[in-house]
Ligand binder design. Sequence first.
Ligand SMILES: C[S@@+](CC[C@H](N)C(=O)[O-])C[C@H]1O[C@@H](n2cnc3c(N)ncnc32)[C@H](O)[C@@H]1O
Length: 198
Amino acid sequence: MNPSDFWNDRYREESYAYGTRPNEFIAHSLQALAPGNIYFPAEGEGRNAVYAATKGWKVWAADQSEEGKKKAETLARNHNVEINYHVGNAMTYACPEPLDVIGFCYFHTPESILAPMYTKILDQLKPGGTVLFEGFSEKNLGLSSGGPQDVSMLFTEIKIKSLFSSFQNIRVWEQYIELNEGLYHRGTACVIRAIAEK
Ligand SMILES: C[S@@+](CC[C@H](N)C(=O)[O-])C[C@H]1O[C@@H](n2cnc3c(N)ncnc32)[C@H](O)[C@@H]1O
């Protein structure tokens, strides 16, 4: 099955796969930042993008799923906000404006493309800009809260520190949390979270 078919099938379901509320860590982190231009690669059904728009951010999102875009645009309409949503591979999408923040939220890729993907996306961040990151840790293997069950697609603190190694004020940590995000992120999970400045 083509990966975008998998995600289109998931997002064709009536409910929002990861809920309509933003990821807790992304929402909490944005409270400390002055609104500007923000980009969410692999944004799915738009929960973070729409939240950021309601807080005054100018928002871009990209995802390979056309169905994700439809759900995101519906969510944006329901909140009376606008987001710019591109359907396609996040590896090749270039935001048209310089970015103050990039938010990676559960953007898991095959290990072979992880560094090129994240590096290419992070090239678009302004000097002084902030990257936010949350994804499942390798220690999430065997837990039933969601996410890939293939260790090569999961994160470690070392992997994330290496992706952000040219950044400043890097904070990366591993944490057990209780996920309550839609139907597909539920229960005890082990995640990696990170914030860093370019
Ligand atoms: C677990 S979902 C997370 C969605 C969203 N970030 C959230 O937290 O609600 C992973 C998303 O990554 C997207 N994705 C994976 N690889 C991609 C790529 N190369 N380009 C664009 N989107 C991609 C999928 O289509 C899917 O929507």
